[in-house]
Design a protein. Structure first.
Length: 272
């Protein structure tokens, strides 16, 4: 991503996007035939993807509830937030404390349209159209500066999004995490997870399929060790880095990820 590069604001219904495919898996209506067809093809090789998406959404909700209730976090910056669905970050946080502020970031123009329509009555929440790799633009955006005080702890979310960006010394996940962490106050949190697989055939197929389907708007499926490297130097909360359906489940009967051809893997860490 070249610094300052303008994102397209037009919506192409013929090219699948990760945000709209995720929306389809969650049972949403903000997707097109191309997105649904891509999901059908993906399911032929990784049939657990719908369950994975649902479990990932539940993980996000548990994380926000935990950070708001137990750690006093009242500010959230959500990278790659996706299309609005039920129990979004601001709804979970504000159900505990109505004063909580949330900034959503996504590069999909459809997210911008639907998100702003949803949030137009909420002065404590905003959606900005940006690439998650443009840290400077995100942190200096007027809505970010209006809503978030970075001299105080903030929870920064990278939930199921790093697989959407390729490896790069300047713009890959490690570089993005480093740039963001440098701007946060001690006691802030980083929430990070992405699609991983220890099966090289799955990694190769999904990476190639999604890169072709989204016309290059994809990174790669990585391994657990790649995610572990992002958490080095941080205080990882219990239970550590895990398949996300097992991160502090609400009950013992909470749905678990049963198929392991690929999983959503990550955790939550605090800046010391």
């Amino acid at each position: 991503m070249q610094p300052g590069k303008q994102l397209s604001t037009s919506i192409d219904a013929t090219v699948p996007t990760a945000a709209r495919m995720y929306d389809h898996y969650l049972g949403g209506k903000d997707n097109y035939a191309a997105d649904r067809a891509a999901c059908e093809e993906l399911d032929k090789v990784v049939p657990s993807t719908r369950a994975l998406a649902l479990n990932n959404r539940r993980f996000l909700q548990r994380v926000v509830r935990t950070l708001t209730q137990e750690y006093g976090i009242r500010q959230y910056l959500d990278h790659g937030s996706g299309l609005p669905t039920q129990d979004n970050v601001h709804q979970v946080a504000q159900s505990i404390d109505p004063s909580a502020h949330v900034v959503y970031v996504d590069n999909d123009p459809m997210v911008l349209v639907h998100g702003r329509a949803l949030l137009e009555q909420d002065e404590r929440t905003a959606v900005i159209h940006a690439d998650l790799r443009e840290t400077e633009a995100i942190f200096t955006h007027p809505d970010t500066e209006r809503l978030l005080d970075f001299s105080q702890p903030v929870a920064v979310l990278f939930n199921s999004v790093f697989h959407c960006i390729p490896d790069s010394e300047t713009d890959g996940p490690p570089a993005v995490v480093r740039r963001v962490a440098e701007r946060l106050a001690p006691g802030s949190f980083l929430v990070m997870c992405q699609l991983v697989s220890e099966d090289p055939k799955v990694r190769e197929f999904v990476t190639n399929f999604m890169d072709h389907a989204t016309q290059g708007h994809w990174g790669r499926v990585r391994q657990e060790k790649d995610m572990a490297a992002l958490f080095e130097g941080l205080e990882v909360l219990d239970p550590g880095l895990v398949e996300v359906s097992t991160w502090r489940p609400d009950t013992e009967v909470t749905p678990r990820q049963l198929s392991q051809e690929w999983i959503e893997y990550g955790g939550v860490a605090r800046l010391p």
